[in-house]
Write a protein that binds this ligand. Structure first.
Ligand code: FAD
Length: 376
């Protein structure tokens, strides 16, 4: 029996377990494999970026900026958080036309943003292609070491009193009316039924949609994707010092601490039935590499060192998460559909979800993410 049963040991599950345990609540986290074995782990670093983010997520990002700053002190562990600054590059006049409106909106949301001309962009990034005619610059954006952070928060949760069990896949639930009274899981190879004292918090990402469909009978407007990330061989120092995004290219670039350059931004792998995970597709790798070399010509010389497409992420139909309870499961809070950009806002969203779980009241900042938004 546990008052709060959390399903999934990614950044969300671990951060909420930490918050609930700190509040003195009896908290059990069940993770199917190991901590950070999903989207919250793997190659390189994750962007902690507000620039170009959906308007509805910007209040969370503003809060997250502050939390990221001293998170390492509060968890007593490594996060690798660095404010590199983010440049949203512009090559087309049409994108330049809209840029002042984006800068205006982001500044109104408390996200420091500047519109840079071509020359100012090249002062920050001297190796940029001549085709870049401007950029939107957010100096507070940066990166974090996602695997290390997730594991460190799990450790902090344990120290605060949360029980975390790995290799413990959740397989089902039992309800009385619309209240979940127990969760079924396989622990140490045995089927176990765990009584739920207060609430279930479902944060198992790629597993959520199927679990909700099979157990609650609700179809969520989500699908699974296998985002592609690659590291180009080290070129020391790397040709860029900022986190890079792009107005029309499918592209994100990060200089990694080991001197390699991480390239990603929305290219994807394909599902491989045999291995049960995403595997790289040669054209996608080449496409992503060419996009990177188009804005940093020096990258054309670098070999592709590693490519991974093994971490699944759920995408929602409108590109922002669903954070809500669902009809038929009144004591289950669900957070899913982070749509490839759930890392940066995680410390803020997790804090607010924990507050919701404790008080029973939805924090105003989460109002945009309700399941009800899909219904007329
Ligand atoms: C390649 C890639 C690059 C990304 N880049 C960025 C970026 O630069 N910036 C950004 O903001 N975001 C980025 N994201 C998104 C971000 O990483 C995710 O949104 C975030 O990590 C999701 O965290 P989570 O805790 O919800 O899920 P996960 O980390 O996937 O955790 C879910 C956990 O649930 C477990 N689980 C599954 N089934 C069960 C079960 N039956 N029982 C128990 N546990 C179960 C899994 O094993 C997993 O550990 C990226 C994502 C990927 C995949």
């Amino acid at each position: 029996m546990a008052d709060y049963v959390i399903v999934g040991g990614g950044i969300y599950g671990c951060a909420i377990a930490w918050e609930l345990a700190k509040a003195g609540e009896e908290t059990l986290l069940l993770e199917a494999k190991s901590i950070a074995s999903g989207a919250s782990g793997g190659l390189g670093e994750r962007g902690v970026r507000a620039n170009g983010r959906d308007l509805r997520e910007l209040p969370l990002m503003r809060l997250a900026y502050d939390i990221w700053l001293d998170l390492h002190e509060r968890i007593g562990g490594f996060t690798g958080y660095r404010r590199l600054g983010h440049l949203h590059l512009i090559e087309r006049e049409a994108d330049l036309a809209g840029a002042p409106a984006q800068v205006w909106m982001q500044n109104r949301q408390g996200i420091e943003s500047h519109l840079l001309e071509a020359e100012q962009s090249r002062e920050l990034e001297p190796q940029l292609s001549e085709n870049v005619i401007g950029a939107i610059y957010c100096p507070k954006d940066g990166v974090a070491d996602h695997s290390a952070t997730t594991r460190a928060i799990a450790e902090a949760a344990r120290e605060a009193g949360a029980q975390i069990i790995e290799n413990a896949p959740v397989t089902g639930l039992r309800r009385q009316g619309d209240v979940i009274i127990s969760i079924r899981a396989t622990i140490d190879g045995k089927d176990r039924e765990i009584e739920v004292g207060k609430q279930v918090i479902l944060l198992s990402n790629a597993h959520v949609a199927g679990f909700v469909r099979d157990n609650i009978g609700i179809e969520l407007p989500l699908w699974r994707m296998w985002p592609q990330v690659m590291a180009l061989a080290a070129d020391i120092p790397p040709p860029m010092t900022h986190l890079i995004g792009h107005a029309h290219r499918t592209l994100a670039i990060k200089p990694l601490p080991d001197g390699r350059v991480m390239v990603s931004g929305g290219w994807r792998g394909r599902w491989d039935e045999a291995s049960g995970q995403g595997e790289p597709v040669a054209e996608q790798v080449e496409g992503n590499r060419l996009q990177a070399a188009a804005v940093y010509p020096a990258l054309a010389e670098l070999e592709v060192d590693e490519v991974f497409t093994d971490r699944a992420e759920m995408i929602s139909v409108d590109g922002i998460p669903i954070i809500d309870t669902l009809p038929g499961a009144a004591n289950m809070l669900v957070g899913v559909g982070w749509s490839g950009h759930g890392w940066a806002i995680a410390p803020a969203a997790a804090k607010l979800m924990a507050r919701w779980a404790l008080s029973g009241e939805r924090p105003e900042m989460l109002a945009s993410f309700g399941y009800g938004r899909f219904f007329a």
